[in-house]
Design a protein. Structure first.
Length: 295
């Protein structure tokens, strides 16, 4: 079966209806019908022949088609059985050539096992996704928290989520999610997409964001899990000071004020005003003090 005209909402609607399918709002399904936007976003991935690429939520395959044209080795993660059936038909020739495979199910549950199944390093994977609001932050934070850093990522997300990813200290959008993203990656804003670039039209604008991994030396910390816990704790109550929020992550016997003095950070400060480097320094100070208490 040939791929549909991805530029035509009518053609896409016809394919859906002829196969007894309907858009499922719970999965955040929208198709990008602007060919220039599709090309711009795929180009951000900088795909070369033979590259390992993962795509999250391919739908009817409008972006899948662009990626496969570049001769990538593509794995797509799709939860909708109707889409899975059509993708198998549209891209059967690529599947026979071992250039295309479908991982069925919820990507939040099966992305990590798939790395083991394919026996690959996350650093070799280029990751793409037009991510709905209800999974974007969860998925991205999960990969970073578990220590999987990808070769490069291009995510198309709601503009609001893109703003949170790239937010700077002392701004309203700066959060623990911002710190996690910027801890391991350099983020660059890509094309901004008005609702008319999609079918069905969403209610909000979207934006593509490029994630490029940072050098290990700039993000190193002795205990990443402790760093992440510290960041979340300090943002747990935004209007409270660092001194109040850090107590749950300090072992008994550690004096919070001494910790902040050693890190060179005012205890009266709030988390929203700290840089990523501040969080790293504070986390290292806590770990050093914890080790001394344990001796």
């Amino acid at each position: 079966m040939e791929t549909p005209d991805y530029n035509s909402p009518l053609a896409l609607k016809t394919v859906m209806e002829s196969n007894g399918m309907a858009m499922q709002k719970k999965f955040g399904q929208n198709f990008m019908v602007n060919p220039a936007a599709r090309t711009s976003i795929v180009n951000m991935l900088d795909i070369h022949e033979g590259d390992c690429v993962w795509e999250i939520g391919p739908g009817l395959g409008c972006m899948t088609n662009e990626i496969l044209k570049k001769k990538a080795n593509l794995t797509v993660f799709e939860i909708d059985r109707g889409f899975i059936s059509l993708l198998n038909e549209f891209f059967h020739s690529y599947e026979e050539a071992n250039l295309f495979r479908i991982k069925e199910g919820d990507v939040l549950k099966n992305w990590q096992p798939e790395i083991s199944v394919q026996d690959i390093d996350s650093h070799s994977i280029k990751l793409f996704g037009n991510l709905p609001y209800n999974i974007a932050a969860t998925f991205i934070a999960d990969t970073i928290t578990k220590g999987y850093i990808f070769n490069r990522c291009v995510f198309t997300v709601q503009k609001e989520v893109a703003d949170r990813m790239r937010a700077k200290p002392s701004t309203k959008n700066y959060s623990a999610f911002s710190v996690l993203c910027q801890w391991r990656y350099v983020l660059t804003a890509g094309i901004e997409l008005a609702p008319g670039n999609f079918w069905p039209r969403p209610n909000v604008a979207s934006q593509a964001v490029l994630f490029m991994p940072k050098e290990d030396s700039s993000v190193s910390c002795s205990n990443p899990a402790s760093f992440i816990r510290t960041v979340h704790a300090l943002f747990s109550q935004r209007r409270k000071t660092l001194l109040n929020n850090i107590k749950p992550v300090l072992p008994q016997g550690l004096d919070a004020k001494t910790i902040f003095e050693s890190a060179g950070i005012p205890a009266s400060e709030r988390a929203e005003n700290l840089t990523v480097e501040d969080f790293l320094r504070l986390s290292e100070t806590v770990n050093s003090a914890r080790m001394k208490v344990a001796e």
